[in-house]
Design a binder for this molecule. Structure first.
Ligand code: ZN
Length: 436
């Protein structure tokens, strides 16, 4: 068989079975929200369901005997659930049904009993059980963001192994504590980041053991194109705003220096070119020694590519966004659309980059990325090396050392004729690869 090495070559090795297959490591997803994806896989979406279908869905989930229940997706005209509707189904555990938009929810009487809504009265309708905006977060603070972290983990681990993933760089540590993450002795290798709100939050988390097992920091400099919250250098083409900048240069500089000093990897969410400017100004000043990364980097000006090239900065980009943003990019950005998702220029300039999903916002589908990126001038070999080996640079886990037990098998050389793998091998068990 031919085994893919880190240097990008398939090396022949004769084996007892003498298979002619091509062997690669399992794929890496360099940016996703692992537990949140598990939550999504475990939950029943209420979208387009009427009240009796919603009732059915709740009863089904109650059979799992949860200590609380959060479900999402209802909306008018299909359904308008109320407190009374929920109470008739269950009044033993707190239940919250979040509307499709995420800004409105309905809760049952048990939740009213256990939660203190003092100071939030204007967000609450005690008769209908409707709560809006920040009062929804009171529920999450008291009962947790996820229905059941352990069950989410079991679900998502199996789901991703079945799809040929062996490694993930996850981003779940907001609103939960590190000891709640079930990441010991996992079959899929999870590299987690600690999300921070500001510099003081970083220092607090550092002093409270958040970094005992993790050495990556995550922060959000801006939002998204969809919500016009990605921070642009110039105003949006379809609104009188540049978006929202969540960090000042001054605070980012303090965080970057802290990460350099403590040997932490800093991952910075930045979608707009304005947010990227903030990062690059700080990099020009601090001149970091370690490797850090920008997650998304969806809009990059030419001069910004020049500065990125000067520094050890990885761009962590999502091929599926090209397609899902296609309907809004021109409206939001006008001519600037040509500076979005610049995979080809980034590759030509040899700027290091990773490819990832950002699930559950997008699907996990690593096998589709080489085809998507081939349409942008990236070779299959380059995409596959990004998926199989590139993230080693940050997580330092040798893919070659685990390839005997964990690997994908292709019939032909996938660098030449791109194809999906035939089989997945995990600890001696083989499975047929099936895309989803
Ligand atoms: Zn994300």
């Amino acid at each position: 068989m031919y085994i893919l090495k880190k240097d990008g070559n398939f090396i022949f090795r004769s084996t007892s079975t003498n298979s002619k297959g091509f062997i690669t490591p399992l794929a890496t997803d360099a940016h996703l929200h692992f537990i949140a994806l598990g939550e999504k896989l475990n939950s029943i979406d209420l979208e387009f369901k009427n009240l009796s279908e919603i009732k059915e869905a709740i009863l089904l989930k109650l059979k799992e005997k949860p200590s609380k229940l959060i479900m999402r997706g209802w909306a008018e005209p299909d359904a308008e659930p109320t407190k009374k509707f929920l109470d008739e189904i269950n009044s033993e555990i707190p239940i919250m049904l979040v509307r499709r938009c995420g800004h409105i929810a309905v809760i049952n009487s048990k939740t009213f009993e256990e939660l203190n809504f003092e100071g939030f009265e204007k967000y609450i309708n005690f008769d209908t059980g409707r709560i809006v905006e920040s009062s929804i977060h009171l529920f999450y603070e008291k009962f947790g963001v996820y229905t059941d972290i352990q069950k989410n983990f079991e679900k998502v681990e199996n789901y991703m192994l079945d799809l040929g993933y062996g490694f993930v760089h996850s981003d779940d540590l907001h609103g939960i504590k590190p000891e709640n993450l079930p990441y010991e002795n996992t079959r899929i290798k999870v590299f987690e980041k600690v999300a921070i709100e500001n510099y003081d939050d970083l220092v607090f988390k550092f002093n409270n053991g958040y970094f005992n097992n993790f050495n990556s920091v995550k922060m959000f400099l801006d939002g998204s194109f969809g919500g016009r919250t990605a921070y642009l250098k110039e105003k949006y083409s379809d609104a009188d705003t540049k978006g929202e900048l969540l960090w000042s240069e001054e605070n980012l500089e303090k965080v970057l220096r802290f990460c350099e000093k403590n040997k932490f990897h800093l991952a910075m969410h930045a979608i707009g070119d304005g947010a990227l400017d903030v990062i690059l100004n700080v990099f020009e000043k601090v001149k970091p020694i370690l490797t850090h990364r920008v997650i998304h980097a969806a809009l990059i000006q030419d001069y910004q590519l020049d500065i990125i090239q000067k520094h050890k900065l990885i761009l962590d980009m999502q091929p599926t966004f090209i397609k899902s943003d296609i309907h809004i990019l021109n409206k939001r950005l006008g001519d600037r659309e040509k500076y979005s998702y610049r995979f080809k220029e980034i590759s030509d300039r040899k700027i290091p980059y990773f490819i990832s999903s950002d699930a559950p916002i997008e699907r996990v589908c690593w096998w589709e990325y080489p085809e998507i990126l081939a349409g942008h001038g990236i070779s299959y070999k380059e995409s596959l090396m990004k998926l199989f080996y590139a993230p080693e640079e940050i997580d330092s886990f040798s893919r070659e050392s685990s390839i005997e037990e964990y690997h994908l098998q292709y019939k032909n050389n996938p660098f030449e004729n791109y194809e999906y793998p035939e089989k997945i091998f995990i600890k001696g068990n083989e499975k047929i690869f099936q895309s989803k």
